[in-house]
Design a protein around this ligand. Structure first.
Ligand SMILES: Cc1cc2nc3c(=O)[nH]c(=O)nc-3n(C[C@H](O)[C@H](O)[C@H](O)COP(=O)(O)OP(=O)(O)OC[C@H]3O[C@@H](n4cnc5c(N)ncnc54)[C@H](O)[C@@H]3O)c2cc1C
Length: 412
């Protein structure tokens, strides 16, 4: 269903744009199964930045104008909102990661109830079909994700963290922010006290009668948790790195070197060269990914395959100053990155900013390793993220009010 290349993403975008106006707003909640053209199916591309949020939004705005595009644009901004919110509340992610290792959760993962849920054997036909669809395709429709999470938590009484982990291991678009915070939202932790209850009438209506599961919970009491620490501030983007020989390191959060470099002209233009090439300061590029770090239980075969091919695609598109394609590193360990930096005689490594999640944890371990060898590490953040994230401080609705102004600041 999803070919992990930017070219395939652009083709999918082209095919979807005509449907992204009023038709999307009317029909997006329906999950009729099979080939869906009422939603874009672009999330695996956007999540790896094989496509950027900016170009997807720009294409839809150009064809439909601001008013008819409003719903679709808002949905893309949900992703941006979740990322900005988690960036300011990283403890939510850290706590989730710690909890997955807690005894009570590892015990819960040993119970027949959990195994039945992830193997599609609960006896609730809808749940079983969705679990198999997730495993087989790496994708679920948004409404189905909401029903699944609600039934998991309130009907089956399973811990939300194990459901989030199941999703993160299998979703091609699996994302620390959108996934963790959406599960928390269903559970009543994100908008404190407000839960999402899946009902048979809603499921039957929006699956076009494919499913009418019986025996679902009829109430949903919000889960509770220890208070979170106060919200943090998003640090300013890193300063321009020094050093004559810089290497660019891409990872599975951001696989489009060309648009990343366009956002940072100081990387692209060597002031000392009159005929500046577009990649003058970047003398070497490498791509490193580790989808296994999504979960203590790793990632599904489908996610591993998607990521590996997406990385190959990014490497083939990111040419160095002398026309060499980028190097795909065998793994994302600091020692492997160091070896690459040494082989290219780099003074510094520029890395695409990794938002809160497994890749950020990995990049954090690179700093001391590179510094000990005298190599600088600079994280460059995209304009889209720097402009939007600070506004994701409270709920989505005040954030949504800012969308027109945020678009203007992006020149859209
Ligand atoms: C429990 C649960 C877990 C989820 N986990 C993830 C996840 O790991 N990764 C992920 O990308 N999305 C996640 N979502 C959000 C949403 O379900 C998917 O982004 C959407 O279904 C992707 O399909 P699409 O590209 O066809 O969406 P479309 O409807 O075509 O939307 C266009 C784009 O907007 C963004 N988007 C749309 N809806 C949302 C939303 N509610 N939250 C965040 N972004 C949105 C996506 O980038 C999507 O590609 C989750 C939702 C729930 C309820």
């Amino acid at each position: 269903m999803f070919t992990p290349t930017r070219a395939a993403g652009l083709e999918a975008l082209d095919a979807f744009v005509p449907h992204a106006g009023a038709e999307y707003a009317r029909g997006r909640n329906l999950d009729t199964g099979g080939d869906r053209n009422n939603v874009s199916g672009l999330s695996p591309y956007i999540r790896h930045r094989l496509l950027t949020e900016r170009e997807v939004v720009a294409a839809v705005l150009e064809q439909h104008g601001a008013s008819a595009s409003q719903k679709f644009v808002q949905e893309v901004f949900w992703r941006t909102y979740w990322k900005g919110w988690l960036e300011q509340n990283p403890e939510v992610w850290r706590r989730y990661r710690r909890e997955l290792a807690d005894d009570w959760l590892t015990d819960a993962a040993d119970t027949p109830g959990y195994r039945e849920a992830i193997e599609g054997r609960t006896g609730i036909d809808a749940m079983d079909s969705w679990a198999r669809e997730l495993i087989d395709t790496g994708y679920l429709h948004n409404h189905t994700r909401m029903w699944f999470a609600s039934i998991w938590i309130f009907t089956l009484g399973l811990p939300w963290q194990l459901g989030a982990d199941f999703f993160l291991r299998h979703l091609l678009d699996g994302d620390a922010a959108s996934n963790t915070l959406s599960w928390r939202w269903v559970a009543g932790l994100q908008t404190r006290g407000k839960t999402y209850l899946a009902t048979v009438s809603n499921i039957s209506r929006y699956t076009d009668g494919r499913f009418s599961p019986t025996g679902l919970a009829t109430s949903a009491h919000a889960l509770v948790e220890e208070p979170l620490p106060p919200r943090g501030v998003i640090p300013p983007a890193d300063a321009v790195p020094g050093g004559a020989r810089l290497g660019l390191l891409l990872h599975e959060e951001d696989l489009d070197a060309a648009s990343l470099l366009r956002d940072h002209p100081w990387l692209s233009v060597d002031d000392t060269t009159a005929a500046a090439s577009s990649v003058d300061r970047i003398v070497a590029t490498a791509v490193a990914a580790d989808p296994e770090s999504r979960s203590p239980s790793g990632a599904s075969d489908a996610v591993r395959r998607f990521t590996a091919s997406a990385v190959e695609d990014a490497a083939s598109r990111a040419r160095d100053v002398d026309g060499r394609p980028a190097r795909v590193l065998a793994d994302a360990l600091p020692s492997t990155v160091l070896e690459w930096a040494a082989s290219e005689r780099l003074d510094g490594v520029v890395v695409a900013y990794a938002p809160v999640g497994p890749v950020q944890e990995r990049v954090a371990s690179l700093w001391p390793a590179l510094r000990s060898e005298g190599v600088t590490l600079t994280a460059v953040r995209r304009r889209w993220d720097s402009i939007t994230w600070p506004h994701a401080a409270r709920g989505f609705f005040p954030f949504r009010e800012q969308i027109p102004s945020l678009l203007r600041q992006q020149g859209l």
